[in-house]
Ligand binder design. Structure first.
Ligand code: ATP
Length: 353
């Protein structure tokens, strides 16, 4: 559906060239929700704006539905852009038009009749849950309602692709959830292809099928959200994921020094990740039965879903003799779960005693 081939974008500035994108290659299939995550300045906005040619790449090909947008004339490009809608962080609504007229705007530009416009706008109002707000003005709407208008407007031309440029960054967490759910519902209902740029891993986790991690103009890593979440390879990806779980380690253990070698009376901390069916296995109960001389404590636990697959994380502490702890780790590693050895840590109360 969308193929970006060797995309380079260099801005010429008075201070010299800025290499915003350096040889980007990305393939997005029809109906996919593809997230692009990166720190500020990584090139996310430039990349998403290259997809609808709001930004013309310095070189490379932008192929949408088999056609290279970089080779099109202005009128061909205007036509091709009708298939691509975009929503923005600050909604970009017309403040002097009401909700109905904001949604109707691209249809008016396309020369549609009043009747054709009504036939399009009314179902869109109900699709985004704003049937009762048609005559309100943007200043009378909440942030979430404004973004719903933005979504309806972006879909008005029977759009095939929706580009979301930090679409939830200005919204509170609850409204963000509702907007992400709406985008997901529309993606499924209309087989819409969605490209999302964000600096928040939570958005990627809740919404996307695939993710590319953009770092200083290059794709550091990409793949399914499940793979990238459960097996991140690059440091930057690990940092994005750790933001979601930075408070995992209980306070009592956070300040103690972590040792890879055995310390008497210290607790061995392990991070366990369960994916899919292994999330249902009674791993801890089995471990406790097998090693009755070990004290096993659950210090953190979290079960959620990524792309409908159960995904659990847990930090456990093992207290006991060195041989028993080593054996228990081997037993865990032989099972269908990911085991990360954090190390031996003394609880803070023990350290200060
Ligand atoms: N029109 C422009 N002229 C010159 N440099 C630009 C222009 N637009 C972007 N840049 C530069 O290109 C790089 C990438 O910017 P871009 O806005 O794409 O990053 P981003 O990942 O979207 O950042 P943010 O999350 O802060 O919006 C930055 O160094 C930025 O300063």
């Amino acid at each position: 559906m969308i193929e970006l081939k060797n995309i380079v974008k260099t801005y010429d500035t008075p201070n010299g060239p800025v290499h915003a994108l350096k040889d980007i290659n990305l393939s997005i299939k029809r109906g996919e929700i593809y997230g692009i995550i990166g720190l500020s300045g990584a090139g996310k906005s430039t990349l998403i704006r290259c997809i609808n040619m709001l930004e013309r790449p310095s070189s490379g090909e932008v192929i949408v539905d088999g056609k290279d947008l970089t080779k099109m004339s202005d009128s061909e490009l205007r036509q091709a852009r009708k298939d691509i809608g975009m929503i923005f962080q600050h909604f970009n609504l017309l403040s002097t038009s009401n909700v109905y007229d904001n949604i109707a705007f691209p249809l008016k530009l396309a020369g549609k009749s009043k009747e054709e416009i009504r036939e399009k706008v009314e179902p869109l109002l109900s699709l985004v849950g704003l049937e009762n707000k048609a005559h309100q003005y943007p200043s009378q709407l909440s942030g979430g309602q404004k973004q719903r208008v933005g979504i309806a407007r972006a879909l008005a031309n029977d759009t095939k692709i929706l580009l979301c440029d930090e679409a939830t960054s200005a919204l509170d967490p609850q409204t963000t959830k509702a907007i992400l759910k709406l985008i997901k519902d529309i993606n499924q209902k209309l087989q819409l292809t969605v490209v999302v740029i964000t600096h928040e891993m939570q958005v990627i986790k809740e919404l996307c099928d695939k993710v590319a991690v953009l770092d200083r103009g290059i794709i550091a890593e990409n793949g399914t959200v499940l793979d990238v979440f459960t097996n991140p390879k690059e440091k930057i990806t690990k940092e994005f994921i750790s933001v979601l779980s930075s408070n995992e380690l209980p306070a009592a253990y956070r300040q103690g020094e972590i040792s890879k070698t055995y310390i008497k009376d210290a607790t061995m901390l392990l991070r366990l990740t369960f994916i899919g069916e292994s999330a249902d296995n009674p791993v801890i109960a089995n471990l406790a039965r097998k090693y009755p001389n070990l004290d096993i404590s659950i210090l953190f636990g979290d079960l959620s879903q990524i792309q409908m697959v159960p995904y659990g994380r847990m930090i456990i502490g093992l207290d006991g003799d060195e041989a028993g702890i080593k054996e228990a780790i081997s037993t865990l590693m032989a099972q269908d779960l990911k085991v990360e050895v954090i190390g031996y840590v003394q609880r803070r109360s023990t350290v200060t005693a």
